[in-house]
Design a protein around this ligand. Structure first.
Ligand SMILES: Cc1cc2nc3c(=O)[nH]c(=O)nc-3n(C[C@H](O)[C@H](O)[C@H](O)COP(=O)(O)OP(=O)(O)OC[C@H]3O[C@@H](n4cnc5c(N)ncnc54)[C@H](O)[C@@H]3O)c2cc1C
Length: 596
C-alpha cells in the first residue's frame, strides 16, 4: 500500500487550495492533491475581477461592500462572516499585488477597478468601481501567482491524483484516499488536518459555464461520510452565457458599458432595475431575461438575448445614463479600448460563434454558474457538521466547495475570487495551527475499504447503462425543472427522475477495465457524485416554499422571512434526504425588500 504522511493535506489546487497551502506550509508540512494539473483549475477561467473596496478611482468603503453583499445575498448570508470577508478584502488584494500579480492599472499606476453587478455607492445607489482586475484574465493571474508562491515555499504537489474518500477516526479527520490517475493505484494520505478545496458542481445542468471537472467531488465525498451539505437549493444562473454553449461572457462586459437588448432592440433592464439597470445582481437579470423570452421578446422569438458592447451602443447609453470617467469627463469608448479591456471575450466570440463583439451583438442566455451551497464551515474554514455549529476536528473546507455562508441566496460577481483568497488563507492558517496541537491518529486497518468498494462496484458491473445517457438526462431534467424558475410540480418530477437515474446508475457500464489513466472509470464515479448532488439540490429546493435570491418559485413568488430566514442542512442516506435548518446570523442589517 502507498502511504504518505503530511501534517496538512489540501485537496484541490485552485485559488482556494493554493492560498490554503501557501499559508499552511508556513507552519506545517503540507501537500496538495489535485486531479488536474494545478494551473488547469477552474479559477483560471475567472475573467472579470476580485472585489475589494480599495477606493482607487472613487469613494468606496468595506462597509458598503458588506451591505451590498448582504443585500445581494437576499439577506440569507451570515452578516458577521460577510463583514469579515469584506474587511479582509483590501489587505488581501494588496498582498496579491505584492506577490507579483499583474493587475491592470490606472494612469497613476494604482490597481484599476471597474463596476460589477450589485456593487454600489451606498449614498447614491449607483454602480461603484470595486472589481480589481487583470484585463479579463483575473483568475488566470491569481492561479499563476499563487502556484509560483507555493513552489517557492516548497509545498509538495501530487498532481493527477483524484481523492475519492475521506478517512475519519472517532469523528475526526485522519486523511484521504486517492486514485493515482497514471497507475490506477490507491494511495492513502495520512494527515492531521484535511482541507477540501475541490470547487463547484455546475455540471449538474445542461447549460453551464463550469469546467468538466466541476463534478462536486468534495461535497459528495463528505455527504457519504455523514457530513451534511448546506443551502444546496441555491445555485446561481449567470445571465450571460454564450447561447447553447453556456461559455461565460463576463459581467465585466456590462461593467465596461455593454447592455442587454431584446428582440425589439429595447434595453429591457430599465424596466426591471431602474437604478442600476444592466448592473443589477445576477438573479434579478437572469429572471428578467427569462420573462422577456417567455413574452416572446427573445431574439427572433428564440431563447436568447443580445449583449451589445459595440462602441456606438455603449456610448449612446453611457450618455443617456450620464456616465462619467473618474476624471469627470464623459464616458466614451473606442473599439481599441474594448479590445484591450476584454481581449479574451472578443477572442471567445470570434472563435466559438464567428461573432465579432466590436461590430456585432453577442447572443446570450442564462447559464448555470456558481454553487452558493456546499460543505458547511465557519469563517475559519472549520467544517460544521450540524445545525448547532458543532465542528469536526481536523476537517476544513474553503472556496466554492464550502458554504460559510457569505453568498447566502445569491453571490455578487467578484465575491468568489475574494472568498477563495480570504477563506483559503484562514483555513490554511487554522489547519496548520490545529495540526501543531495534536498527534497523528492511528489509521484504521480498513482505511481503503470504502474507496476500493466504490471502484470495484463500477468496474465489475455487468449492466448496460451508458454514463453519457444518464448524465444527459440528469442535465436536461435539472435545466428544465430546477433552473431559473421552479415549481412544486417540476421539482417533484425532478426528484423522481433523479432517483430513477440513480437506480439505473447501479447498472452502469464502464468500458475500460484497465488501470492506466482510466478516465472512463473516474468519469462514471463523478457522475455518481453529480447524481447525489442533483438529488440533494432538487429535494432542498422543493422543501423551500418561498422565493429568495437564485431560488425563484412561480408558486411561492415572495420572500418569506417569517418562515424561511434560515439555512438548510441536508443529510443524504441510501433511501432518503433529511433536512434540518439553522438561523441566519444578522448583526447590522435588518432584512429589507431588495430594490435595484
Ligand atoms: C467561467 C467562470 C468565470 C468566473 N469569473 C469569476 C470572476 O470574474 N470573479 C469571481 O469572483 N468569480 C468568478 N467565477 C467563480 C470563481 O472563479 C470560482 O468560484 C473559484 O475560482 C473557485 O475556486 P476554487 O479554488 O474553490 O476551485 P477551483 O479553482 O475549481 O479548484 C478546484 C480544484 O480541486 C481539484 N479537485 C476537484 N476534485 C478533486 C478530487 N476528487 N481529487 C483531487 N482534486 C480535486 C481540481 O483539480 C482543482 O485543482 C467564475 C467561474 C467561472 C466558471
Amino acid at each position: 500500500m502507498n502511504i504518505h504522511k503530511f501534517e496538512v493535506i489540501v485537496v484541490g489546487a485552485g485559488g482556494a487550495g493554493l492560498m490554503a497551502a501557501l499559508y499552511a506550509s508556513r507552519n506545517a508540512d503540507t501537500a496538495v492533491i489535485s486531479k488536474l494539473y494545478p494551473t488547469r483549475s477552474h479559477t483560471g477561467a475567472a475573467q472579470g475581477g476580485v472585489g475589494a473596496a480599495l477606493g482607487n478611482t472613487e469613494e468606496d468603503y468595506p462597509e458598503w461592500h458588506t451591505y451590498d453583499t448582504v443585500k445581494g445575498s437576499d439577506y440569507l448570508g451570515d452578516q458577521e462572516e460577510i463583514e469579515f470577508m469584506c474587511s479582509e478584502a483590501v489587505s488581501t488584494v494588496y498582498e496579491l499585488e505584492h506577490m507579483g500579480l499583474p493587475f491592470s492599472r490606472t494612469p497613476e499606476g494604482k490597481i484599476a477597478q471597474r463596476p460589477f453587478g450589485g456593487h454600489t455607492n451606498n449614498k447614491t445607489g449607483k454602480p461603484v468601481r470595486r472589481a480589481c482586475y487583470a484585463a479579463d484574465r483575473t483568475g488566470h493571474m491569481i492561479l499563476q501567482t499563487l502556484y509560483q508562491q507555493c513552489i517557492k515555499n516548497n509545498v509538495n504537489f501530487y498532481d493527477e491524483f483524484q481523492v475519492i474518500d475521506l478517512i475519519t477516526v472517532n469523528g475526526a479527520a485522519a486523511g484521504v484516499v486517492a486514485v493515482e490517475l497514471l497507475t490506477g493505484e490507491l494511495h492513502i494520505f495520512h494527515a492531521k488536518s484535511v482541507i477540501f478545496a475541490t470547487g463547484g458542481h455546475g455540471r449538474i445542468w445542461e447549460i453551464t459555464s463550469n469546467a468538466y471537472a466541476y463534478s462536486g467531488d468534495g461535497v459528495a465525498i463528505t455527504l457519504r461520510r455523514g457530513i451534511p451539505a448546506e443551502d444546496m437549493e441555491f445555485f446561481q444562473f449567470h445571465p450571460t452565457g454564450i447561447y447553447r454553449l453556456g461559455i461565460l461572457i463576463t459581467e465585466g462586459v456590462r461593467g465596461e458599458g455593454g447592455v442587454l437588448l431584446n428582440d425589439k432592440g429595447e434595453r429591457f433592464m430599465e424596466q426591471y432595475a431602474p437604478t442600476v439597470k444592466d448592473l443589477a445582481s445576477r438573479d434579478v437579470i437572469s429572471r428578467a431575461m427569462y420573462l422577456e423570452m417567455q413574452a416572446g421578446r427573445g431574439i427572433g422569438g428564440k431563447r436568447y438575448m443580445h449583449l451589445d458592447v459595440r462602441p456606438e451602443t455603449v456610448n449612446k447609453y453611457a450618455a443617456s445614463d450620464g456616465r462619467k470617467r473618474p476624471d469627470g469627463s464623459p464616458y466614451v469608448v473606442t473599439a481599441e479600448e474594448i479590445l484591450s479591456k476584454l481581449p479574451d471575450i472578443v477572442d471567445f466570440c470570434r472563435t466559438y460563434l464567428g461573432v465579432d463583439p466590436v461590430t456585432q451583438p453577442m447572443p446570450v442566455q442564462p447559464t448555470a454558474h456558481y454553487a452558493m451551497g456546499g460543505i458547511p464551515t465557519n469563517k475559519f474554514g472549520e467544517v460544521v457538521i450540524d445545525e448547532k455549529n458543532t465542528t469536526m476536528p481536523g476537517l476544513f473546507a474553503a472556496g466554492e466547495v464550502a458554504c460559510v455562508s457569505v453568498h447566502g441566496a445569491n453571490r455578487l460577481g467578484t465575491n468568489s475570487l475574494l472568498d477563495i483568497l480570504v477563506f483559503g488563507k484562514y483555513s490554511g492558517m487554522k489547519a496548520a495551527e490545529f495540526a501543531k496541537g495534536v498527534d497523528f491518529l492511528s489509521l484504521p486497518s480498513d482505511a481503503t475499504d470504502f474507496a476500493r468498494a466504490q471502484i470495484d462496484e463500477l468496474l465489475s458491473s455487468s449492466g448496460d447503462e451508458r454514463p453519457e445517457e444518464l448524465g444527459n438526462k440528469m442535465k436536461s431534467v435539472m435545466n428544465d425543472h430546477v433552473g431559473v424558475f421552479r415549481t412544486e410540480e417540476g421539482m417533484t418530477k425532478a426528484v423522481e427522475a433523479i432517483r430513477e437515474l440513480k437506480a439505473r446508475f447501479k447498472n452502469i457500464r464502464v468500458e475500460d477495465k484497465g488501470k492506466i489513466f482510466n478516465t472512463d472509470l473516474l468519469t462514471a464515479w463523478e457522475l455518481g457524485n453529480l447524481l447525489d448532488l442533483a438529488e440533494v439540490t432538487a429535494a432542498a429546493a422543493l422543501a423551500r416554499k418561498e422565493s429568495r435570491g437564485a431560488h425563484a418559485r412561480e408558486d411561492y413568488p415572495k420572500r418569506d422571512d417569517k418562515n424561511w430566514m434560515k439555512h438548510s442542512f441536508a443529510w443524504l442516506s441510501e433511501d432518503k434526504i433529511e433536512l434540518r435548518y439553522k438561523p441566519v446570523v444578522i448583526t447590522r442589517f435588518e432584512p429589507k425588500e431588495r430594490v435595484y
